[in-house]
Design a protein around this ligand. Sequence first.
Ligand SMILES: Cc1cc2nc3c(=O)[nH]c(=O)nc-3n(C[C@H](O)[C@H](O)[C@H](O)COP(=O)(O)OP(=O)(O)OC[C@H]3O[C@@H](n4cnc5c(N)ncnc54)[C@H](O)[C@@H]3O)c2cc1C
Length: 376
Amino acid sequence: MDLDEFRSGLDAWLDEHHDELVATSHDPGDLAADMAHLSKVKRMTFDAGWMRWGWPERVGGLGGSTLFRAYLGEALTGRGLVEPGVYSMTEVLAPTMIDHAHPDVAAEMVPKLLRGEETWCQGFSEPDTGSNLGALACRAVRDGDVWRVTGQKVWTSLAQHSQRCVLLVRTGTTEDAHRGITALFVDMDSPGIVVRPIVTMHGREEFCEVFFDDVVVPVERMLGPEGNGWTVAMELLPFERSTALWHRGAYLHERLDTLLATAEPGALSASEVGAAWAKLFAFRARSRMTQHRMASGDKLGPETSVDKILLGTAEQTIFDLVADGLAEDVVLGDDAESVRWRSEFLYSRAATIYGGSSEIQRNIVARRLLDLGADR
Ligand SMILES: Cc1cc2nc3c(=O)[nH]c(=O)nc-3n(C[C@H](O)[C@H](O)[C@H](O)COP(=O)(O)OP(=O)(O)OC[C@H]3O[C@@H](n4cnc5c(N)ncnc54)[C@H](O)[C@@H]3O)c2cc1C
């Protein structure tokens, strides 16, 4: 199958199944409904084969270019069939499992994620550790054939809906810094785990605090050897800034089109609309290049920080336009569309924080791409 065949076949299938694939609930506060809908869309696209293209056969895929995955998510988010935030976890976590989990664990688990039977979360950030991830303190101690984990994570997206977590823990001393971090794949129903959702300012329980009290994790659930956690994190983050962002760009494109189609004539400033398009296209052009580099087998790295900066800037510019052009509706409206615009405007403020803040991305660009000196 080549990309053109994939696109035309998928588009025809999505047209045919549109009524089954479209969400019935449009309440941005109803995350549970979004998650149930996401599972349904993933199951349908997996069973019809579309979700399996672009993934290795050893984890239930059908092989082929990663561009198939880029297009599937683009089509689903661009048509409004899935919300890109909840869809993104597949692209962030499945590649990491494929590269670092024991092959038997990856073969058993990844198909469950692709088919929407399970949700997974990413346990990296802690109350005192976000940008300075290397200082994380959630500790695991080896006890025979298991690790015993004690500590806390925070901002863990979708943890309350997740069956598994890709978790970074400290297994060495803090002096070991990056070398003392290990990555584990943890069952969220293990005794000793408590999940407390946090309500965001856009009214969704999108992320959580997660507490670990002497939680037992078998050693075969390590992702790579002991002390490999920093490598796992550094290889995961570029995935968070590649295909998942491409999908988000398709969704932003659709929302900008909708805004222009619905705003009253004269409500939007032509120069601000132009600026929003320019930023969105700058992001999409950059991200398109990233998708093609990934498809040709290039290892993604710190250069994906440029994609993340452009995405955050484009997203906030678009929703600033919404807040200006539809100001009264966005601030005061109670109808479903106004509530949705308001929720998206508020969430857009997070675009320069999640997946690494824009300041940190600029530091990476300065230090690692432009060689402008060490961080102070
Ligand atoms: C919607 C959302 C979803 C998230 N989901 C997850 C998830 O699923 N899993 C997970 O592990 N985490 C998640 N996070 C957490 C996210 O990764 C962190 O919020 C982010 O890395 C910033 O860390 P922090 O919040 O601790 O802020 P801090 O690191 O305390 O930063 C505070 C401010 O200081 C700035 N700053 C910090 N250090 C520097 C520096 N050296 N130079 C210049 N400026 C600096 C930052 O840019 C920021 O503006 C999520 C966050 C959001 C908003």
